[in-house]
Ligand binder design. Structure first.
Ligand code: ATP
Ligand code: GLA
Ligand code: MG
Length: 538
């Protein structure tokens, strides 16, 4: 899976057959508008998709593996580097950026100094996401070519179809495609997927929330037809995972709640607070369960201290002191951690800063410096018990889900029982997200219970939660019934535009990850098929 981002020679390298007609129209429109706006053709298009997470929610920033897949909806950046330098400030390069949805995302022009990319993260401005990809890509380019590397000016037109703030990670699609565009614009003939993902993970933290690495990994690494198992330790790795043939056949449905979760605004009490609570739980468990003075390893999680780091340290020390020759399985380690958390973190109403600092043997100021001031959070008490219980039990569910996929169903004539086992794990995730991690909302809970009643095997929120999207594992024969039930019991009660109604529910097929399309090679409309390169117009 590692290796370079593919260069697509036709749209059929990127999209499934059923999507190509619509996509060809969209790409041709993007390229035509580019020509109109900038008076010259685009040189290439950088593309990265959104994602849906199947299982493993809110555990990526604790560095546990997750199982997402890319969707068809994506972010496209058409680019040219042929920018007149006449009115660019001395010592600067120019970025002109426009959006096909120009009413919502107005065009901007920036003169950026060679030294640094300045981002004002206090303002929620769409171009910040491009700048964060630019900043990350520049760091990588300078690592490769030296500190005096001077980036090229670029003019860009963006077209994004991942609903913004809808839980399908439009932000990671945007940041990953931006970083990819900057790399290609600056002459990189090949862009390594792992390097691109790692830089996109770190750079998005400068503008959004302090997220984990699931979204960017799914966006860059995914392969058509497969889900993606992403692990973060000892280093970032992704591998395709296929679903076995089942009877009834399984379909993933994605349903929007139309509750927009504005993570930028709610970060201090929702997403970012969870990140802090998980790292605090790791430090607390380390203090009460490991020998005095044990330091947790500094890792790639947002606060550099994670529950996974605690997990590894705890069992390494246990094995060392008992002289065990054989390690316990990860499943049994996680089961043990669930039990230990329930015993040692027994305060259900949460822990104050003072209580945590006393156990860590540091001052409250030190605690704030290390954990609660890196990005703004607002809380009197931190629910360490609930957060650690969710993370360890969710990590265990991912492993159970993976072992079911690897086992394959025994009775291939009727796999209902097998399907139900997969679905149960998704339902357990939803229960844990709702009751323990507190990241669901009543609308998502409602969509899940309507779907289950109409025949879904498993239904849950996907992505950050607090609104956004839900994902449902539905037998192919029940898709219609589930859709009708949502329409009757949920969507008809909302005031939705035609466009929203159309986008409310999609059948999700695993899509492909990032790609580059070089327009220069193929003047004229985008190529749909290798057989009729350059001649097909939709
Ligand atoms: P989640 O992270 O829950 O999966 P998300 O990534 O869609 O959902 P956010 O992380 O809040 O939501 O990112 C949304 C932001 O990304 C938008 O507010 C906007 O700034 C930017 N963005 C997304 N899509 C576009 C687009 N098509 N054009 C311009 N900016 C976009
Ligand atoms: C958001 C973040 C991801 C992940 C999910 C929850 O989408 O960007 O890194 O933490 O929430 O699983
Ligand atoms: Mg996002």
């Amino acid at each position: 899976m590692a290796g370079p981002v593919p260069v697509a020679s036709s749209l059929s390298d990127i999209y499934t057959v059923d999507a190509i007609g619509t996509q060809a129209k969209r790409w041709n429109n993007l390229l035509a508008r580019f020509q109109t706006i900038y008076g010259q053709p685009a040189e290439f298009v950088a593309r990265s998709p959104g994602r849906v997470n199947i299982i493993g929610e809110h555990i990526d920033y604790s560095l546990y593996p997750v199982l997402p897949m890319a969707i068809t909806a994506d972010s496209l950046l058409a680019v040219s580097t042929n920018v007149a330098s006449t009115n660019t400030k001395e010592g600067h390069y120019k970025i002109k950026i426009a959006n096909v949805q120009d009413a919502k995302f107005p065009a901007h022009e920036f003169d950026i100094p060679y030294e640094a990319v300045d981002i004002d993260a206090t303002v929620h401005e769409w171009t910040n996401y491009f700048k964060s990809g630019l900043r990350g890509a520049l760091e990588l380019l300078r690592k490769k070519h030296g500190n005096d590397f001077e980036p090229k000016s670029m003019q860009i037109l963006m077209d994004g179809t991942v609903p913004a703030g809808g839980g399908l990670s439009s932000s990671a699609a945007f940041v990953s495609s931006s970083a990819l565009a900057v790399m290609v614009a600056n002459g990189e003939k090949t862009v390594d997927k792992t390097e691109l993902t790692e830089l996109a993970i770190v750079s998005e933290r400068a503008v959004g929330v302090n997220s984990g690495g699931m979204d960017q990994s799914a966006s860059v690494f995914s392969e058509r037809g497969s889900a993606l198992f992403v692990s973060f330790t000892p280093s970032l790795k992704a591998r395709p995972v296929s679903f076995p043939k089942t009877n009834p056949e399984l379909t993933f449905l994605i349903a929007q709640s139309f509750v927009t979760a504005d993570k930028f605004v709610t970060g201090p009490v929702h997403y970012n607070l969870r990140v802090v609570e998980c790292s605090l739980a790791a430090a607390y468990l380390n203090a009460v369960l490991n020998p005095p003075g044990t330091q947790l390893p500094s890792d790639a999680s947002p606060l550099s201290v994670s529950l996974h780091g605690f997990h590894e340290t705890y069992f390494a020390l246990q094995e060392h002191s008992s002289g065990a020759t054989k390690s316990k399985s990860t499943e049994s380690q996680l089961e043990e951690l669930v039990a230990l958390t329930a015993e040692k973190l027994d305060k259900r109403d949460g822990y104050t800063r003072e209580e945590i600092a006393a156990v860590l043997n540091i001052s409250v100021d030190e605690l704030d410096k290390k954990f609660t001031s890196r990005f703004p959070v607002r809380a009197e008490k931190f629910k360490l018990r609930q957060r650690a219980l969710h993370v360890f039990s969710e990590a265990l569910r991912v492993l159970k889900f993976m072992s079911l996929l690897e086992q394959q169903p025994t009775n291939t004539d009727d796999t209902s029982e097998y399907n139900a086992q997969l679905g149960d794990l998704l339902n357990q995730t939803q229960d844990s997200c709702r009751d323990v991690y507190e990241c669901s909302c009543k609308e998502i809970d409602e969509l899940c219970s309507i779907a289950r009643k109409a025949g879904s095997y498993g239904s849950r929120l996907t992505g950050a939660g607090w609104g956004g999207c839900s994902v449902h594992l539905v037998p192919a024969g029940k898709v219609k019934a589930v859709r009708e039930a949502w329409e009757r019991e949920y969507y008809s009660k909302l005031d939705l535009s035609e466009e929203q109604k159309e986008a409310a529910v999609v059948v999700s097929k695993p899509g492909s990850g990032s790609a580059v399309y070089l327009v220069d090679d193929k003047p004229g409309p985008v190529v749909v098929d290798d057989m009729d390169r350059g001649s097909e117009v939709y």
